[in-house]
Design a protein around this ligand. Structure first.
Ligand code: S3P
Length: 185
């Protein structure tokens, strides 16, 4: 099998990792940035930094709409300035404006994970404001029904499931390297 040479590969555009809560966007993003030797940024962390408030607190005090407004602004700014790896929250790509921006200026990668694995992960880390009310399984499945067809618009889809972070990051790096968008003409 042909060996990839990831060390000598340079990104032509920022890479945006999208996918559902629990997909591992932040941990895979960090490992991927390390492999490619580029900066990593987490949009949710930037939102926390600019608002000086946790995401749960933004939802509780100002509501989801305000969170989405801040999220849109923060991602627009990060896309203008960054050329590394950016992970965005699970709802970000659902916004038409943000999705168009990402599609225009970045290479988008959907980290696709089996629904039951996602559910088990989010139940283990129970701090997601969107799952606070009602039955979390029902809410996750409903969100996935809405979101998966939209996530599928990403430039690349990488099946991750329960693989270790380092392995997933390597697969993502290889998929990016092989993508037509990464080729120099
Ligand atoms: C959200 C996902 C969260 C965070 C917010 C909303 C969503 O990020 O942005 O709670 O709409 O799916 P993660 O995908 O990193 O959990």
């Amino acid at each position: 099998m042909k060996k990839s040479n990831l060390e000598n590969f340079s990104l032509r555009k920022p890479v945006v990792l999208i996918g559902m809560m629990g997909a591992g966007k932040s941990s895979v993003g960090r490992a991927l940035a390390e492999i490619l030797g580029v900066p990593f940024c987490d949009a949710d962390h930037e939102i926390i930094a600019v608002s000086n408030c946790s995401i749960a607190q933004i939802f509780a005090d100002y509501g989801e709409e305000e969170f989405r407004r801040i999220e849109r602004q923060v991602i627009a700014r990060l896309l203008k300035t960054g050329t590394g790896i950016l992970s965005v929250g699970g709802g970000a790509f659902m916004n038409t404006e943000t999705r168009a921006r990402i599609m225009e200026s970045a290479l988008s990668v959907w980290l696709k994970v089996d629904r039951e694995i996602l559910l088990a992960r989010v139940l283990r880390h129970g701090e997601r404001p969107l799952l606070k009310e009602g039955d979390p399984r029902e809410k996750m499945m409903r969100l996935l029904d809405e979101r998966e067809p939209v996530y599928a618009e990403a430039n690349l889809v990488v099946d991750c499931d329960d693989r270790p972070v380092a392995q997933t990051a390597r697969r993502v790096a290889e998929a990016i390297q092989a993508a037509p968008e990464s080729q120099t003409r």
